[in-house]
Design a protein around this ligand. Structure first.
Ligand code: ADP
Length: 151
């Protein structure tokens, strides 16, 4: 059984995340969206809300589940018996960041493979932080989040 973890903050989930996950469905038997509880990185939206949104977006996708986690992503992968870490790549900056983390993870845990999907060109400029900026300034970011997400 091919199990992948898609880790992130999802603060909030965007149509960029949604696209990567839907495109990954045919590649894996099980996809676990792992929502990080990072003590240093104070989130804008509460964890419960971020998780509830993801559950709602993927309610018709039985292979996609959502879990919260803290600590190292690699340790979470072991806990859930995942062999793959899935990440999205938008820009060369994403690539450089992912290359460093992915290569160190691979050296420490050779049994876990990193899998990257390129973002669709129309999602290249989209990030959760831009959405937080729009929302916190009273703007309408609805076109950038899945329909089920009511910001
Ligand atoms: P993190 O804080 O770990 O970067 P995010 O929630 O921002 O978590 O992102 C989770 C994953 O989704 C990362 O692999 C990121 O590159 C990817 N991602 C974020 N935004 C997009 C987008 N617009 N298109 C494709 N992938 C994206």
């Amino acid at each position: 059984m091919k199990i992948a973890v898609f880790p992130g903050s999802f603060d909030p989930i965007t149509i960029g995340h949604e696209s990567i996950l839907k495109r990954a469905v045919p590649l894996f038997d099980k996809l676990i969206v792992a929502v990080g509880k990072n003590a240093e990185k104070h989130s804008y939206f509460p964890l419960e809300k971020r998780i509830a949104w993801i559950k709602e977006v993927f309610k018709d996708y039985p292979s996609i589940t959502v879990e919260e986690y803290s600590g190292l992503t690699i340790d979470f992968c072991k806990k859930v018996a995942a062999q793959y870490i899935l990440r999205g790549l938008r820009t060369s900056a994403d690539f450089e960041f992912e290359r460093r983390v992915g290569q160190i993870n691979k050296q420490m845990h050779p049994e876990i493979e990193n899998v990257f999907l390129l973002s669709l060109p129309e999602h290249n400029s989209l990030s959760s932080s831009i959405i937080r900026d729009i929302v916190s300034n009273g703007g309408d970011a609805s076109q950038f989040v899945p329909k089920a997400v009511k910001l």
